[in-house]
Write a protein that binds this ligand. Sequence first.
Ligand SMILES: [Zn+2]
Length: 328
Amino acid sequence: MDFRSIVGHEDIIKHFKSSIDMDKVSHAYIINGEEGSGKKMLARVFAKTLQCESGASEPCNSCKSCLQCETGNQPDIIVVSHEKPGVISVDEIREQVLDSICIKPYSSKYKIYIIPDAQLMNPQAQNALLKTIEEPPEYGIILLLTNNLDKMLETVKSRCMILTTKPIRERNMIDYLEKDMGLSEDKAYFCLDFAQGNLGKAIKLASNEEYVKIVDSVVDLMSKIPDMDVDDLTFAMNSIEEFKLSINDYMDLMQMWYRDVLMFKVTGNLDRLLFKGQHSALKKQAAVMSYMSIEGKIDAIAKAKKRLDVNANFSVTMELLLLTLKEK
Ligand SMILES: [Zn+2]
């Protein structure tokens, strides 16, 4: 069992791996997501990787700790259990977590507590845990798994790194688009987001070859435009000519690109971006552009659309537009 054997959850796995690579592992995580979405599997593999003697971002599957994990006998990975079905009591948190976390790990680098169904902790139990989350021992890591973030106290949430798994429905749809329609992961996410989660629409979009080409062209242009010189712009103009008949769709997508830049600048959150696959280009542009300039570009595209509607010269209008978009 390792990250390679987990289907989906790419973003969470990426987060875990880079936190290990950069030595920035948090002391407290909330893995949030619906029942059966794979939270336990993610937590177990993350814990196994952290304890692996190789110290790499994938478990080696052959050291003593990895072998202990396979049989569920790693002494420094503790899975908290509870007796009553609907509640995790303060006593259970005390006995299984607080009483032992101050004792150094038995044989590994960390002491890791996995608390499944953490939403069942009553407020007293959460408050009891709070102090440990606030001032954990250096080796202590707590993984709270929950299917209802609203049941967690604000004070607890604010001290945890919160990771949310994608709903199973969405993951199944992505799978379908990737495996049955042969789309790349990026494109599958794009089509599904663009269709606002409607699989039928996403399939229609994915089967429209012309549209897929437009998306590719827009992504290529928008991600490179800040660094383009005159020759590049001329080349870009020629490729836009190819989409003259679908120029409205083309320009809609250009506007969406800048909406993504704006959204990222405001929220710093990748989840809600349409062009997720291009997050490094979007991030870079968000860092150098002011709010005014981003809005200015969205307006410039709208104006160019209007001009083309009243039959302004295509090349002149688009050239002017590209020059405006190229500026910071
Ligand atoms: Zn190992």
